[in-house]
Ligand binder design. Structure first.
Ligand SMILES: [Zn+2]
Ligand SMILES: [Zn+2]
Length: 346
């Protein structure tokens, strides 16, 4: 695993050993992951999207599925419309009321949800299947989607991906800092969901970015702080939480004073595919055709895009080809009870 930008910085630091890596308080890495996690790491925006993938369109459908206040729901619907994830569509020609439907960019988030669901099922489900069984209509099989390389169609791991600067590489001025408030319990509202469990384990936007840096090979506190420009207390808090949830483990690398590295556990490493899917979505919809980073699959030697495919037929998964079998009683929960992600083409 290599990252050219980081490698250059480390080289520079090695030449002047007294100089510490600078804390980039005003700059951050241009990154398609960062631009996407703003949507996924907000519990309410995430839950609204999840319900959209169960066929919810109307205000009351979203509200009853999530027991969310009207003001919060209005705010998140407005934001998701602003972000180009949902679009407003009148009930009918004569009605002034609107439904909130997924846009193409919104529907394209579906493979990310699929990969996170599989992660949730792998690590938190003791039964054979999670809350939802997926039926891939293309092959009519029970499917457990996997993340693969678009070139060789094989699975890839964090170890056999090389990160290369893309046309949009560089740093940009940091935006207003994100609010540090986090309410991970909120992710668990409504119906049982392995996607919710996966997102809940990661926690918040900072945690997504800490995880990203870990995949780029930054494992020490000062490296993480330098890359993210994150306040010491917030970084300490998020690392403690990620260790508690089993994503990282601490490893002593220096005795006096005691210094630790934060190493990904097998469970943490397993989040790589989902994170790369999140990056690919940001590249498609947020980078204006200039992805900040390219991925090379060492096994096949090609620059690739991660793709979620059906483990049975190998075809790419999309929201139109998947049906659900719920392994819980949907009548116990509000929201739509659709057995399809997106009923029909939009
Ligand atoms: Zn490959
Ligand atoms: Zn299939």
């Amino acid at each position: 695993m290599r990252l050219s930008v980081v490698a250059k910085e480390k080289e520079k630091a090695a030449k002047s050993p007294k100089k510490k890596l600078p804390v980039r308080e005003r700059q951050k890495r241009r990154c398609s992951i960062a631009s996407t996690v703003g949507i996924l790491a907000d519990p309410w925006a995430f839950l609204v999207l999840r319900e959209a993938f169960f066929g919810s369109k109307r205000f009351e459908e979203y509200r009853s599925g999530l027991e969310i206040t009207r003001a919060t729901l209005s705010d998140r619907l407005r934001r998701l419309v602003h972000e180009g994830i949902l679009r407003e569509s009148p009930y009918s020609d004569t009605s002034s009321r609107v439904e909130y439907k997924l846009t193409k960019a919104g529907i394209d988030l579906y493979p990310i949800f699929m990969s996170l669901m599989q992660f949730g099922d792998r690590w938190f489900e003791t039964s054979k299947s999670g809350p939802l069984q997926l039926i891939h209509e293309t092959c009519n099989c029970v499917s457990k989607p996997i993340v693969t390389c678009s070139c060789c169609k094989q699975r890839f791991s964090a170890r056999d991906v090389t990160y290369i600067d893309g046309p949009g590489a560089g740093r940009i001025a940091a935006e207003t800092p994100w609010p540090s408030r986090r309410t991970p319990d909120d992710f668990m509202r409504g119906r049982p969901s392995s996607v919710s469990r996966a997102i809940e384990v990661i926690g918040d936007r900072w945690s997504f970015l800490i995880l990203r840096e870990a995949f780029y090979g930054n494992s020490r506190f000062d490296q993480l702080q330098a890359e993210l420009g994150i306040a010491t207390n917030i970084l300490t808090d998020r690392l403690a939480r990620l260790i508690d949830r089993g994503v990282f483990r601490k490893k002593l690398y220096q005795d006096a004073p005691e210094r630790y590295e934060y190493i990904l556990t097998p469970m943490g490493t397993d989040l790589h595919g989902s994170l790369m899917m999140i990056m690919a979505w940001g590249d498609r919809w947020r980078s204006q055709g200039r992805p900040p980073m390219l991925l090379r699959h060492d096994a096949c030697g090609q620059v690739f895009t991660p793709v979620v495919v059906c483990n049975r037929c190998g075809k790419a998964i999309d929201a139109f080809s998947m049906k659900y079998r719920m392994r819980y009683n949907p009548d116990q929960y509000g929201g739509r009870k659709s057995s399809r992600a997106v009923p029909g083409r939009i």
